[in-house]
Ligand binder design. Sequence first.
Ligand SMILES: C[S@@+](CC[C@H](N)C(=O)[O-])C[C@H]1O[C@@H](n2cnc3c(N)ncnc32)[C@H](O)[C@@H]1O
Length: 260
Amino acid sequence: MPNKNNITVEKTRDGSTTLYSSLFEQPYHSRGGAVGESRQVFFESSGILKKLKNHEDIHIQEIGFGSGLNLVLLIDYLQKSGSESNIVFHSVEAYPITSEKASDITFGESLDRKNYTQILEKIFSSLSAGENSIGIHPQIELNLFVGRFDELPTPSEELVHYIFHDPFSPDSNPAGWTVELFEHLNKISTDQAVLTTYSAASSARAAMAVAGWNVARAPGALGKREMTVASKDPVRLSHLKRVNEKHLIERFNRGDFERG
Ligand SMILES: C[S@@+](CC[C@H](N)C(=O)[O-])C[C@H]1O[C@@H](n2cnc3c(N)ncnc32)[C@H](O)[C@@H]1O
């Protein structure tokens, strides 16, 4: 795996930090606010908060572990809501940061730093290539696969209910938006699973549709016009405006989109 990836810590406008990757030439989150963006895209738009409130057990697959912000937010939601949900959190990361870098991360005033710095240092100091199962919280089983998206193993036990699709934008990282990856995610998901992502790119939505997902538009985070919510079950998208999947599939098959 090429490793010329210089990763630096940057401040975003809500006071939280994000990382910047020289390899992908991208910040890991919106510069408008890392925490605000992640809350809206992965938690408020997915329906997961209702499941936490109802104490339901949840399996999540994240694509792109990055700074661990989504995991930290999940812990915060669990703690603040008093939810008794048990969570299995699968994620994948080809370029894990060092634990020294992890200790420079701050997620702003809405999250208590002492609740996450030790957890992130523990995670990033103990990783090896392949599957890593790390104890971080009594209600969370973290399975972090260190490797590429296209090497992602099929979880051996239960199917996942939510997919946090967070691989950088389609332009800067086509490997995160292939039909093969969305087919894999389809295969490992329950019939009611929900996938959320910040991208509103037609090429991304087309790849999801080709892989068998129903696809809808949702209001984007931090002033961005749109993001995307997908599910195998159209009922889960009934409150949203659907895209025309048939038309996108036709365009995809005509070669209108560059293949990742
Ligand atoms: C937008 S960041 C993820 C942000 C993260 N979810 C968080 O909460 O901080 C995308 C991540 O995907 C990783 N990545 C990009 N391409 C990859 C690939 N082909 N395989 C595995 N990881 C990859 C990057 O190294 C980066 O950490």
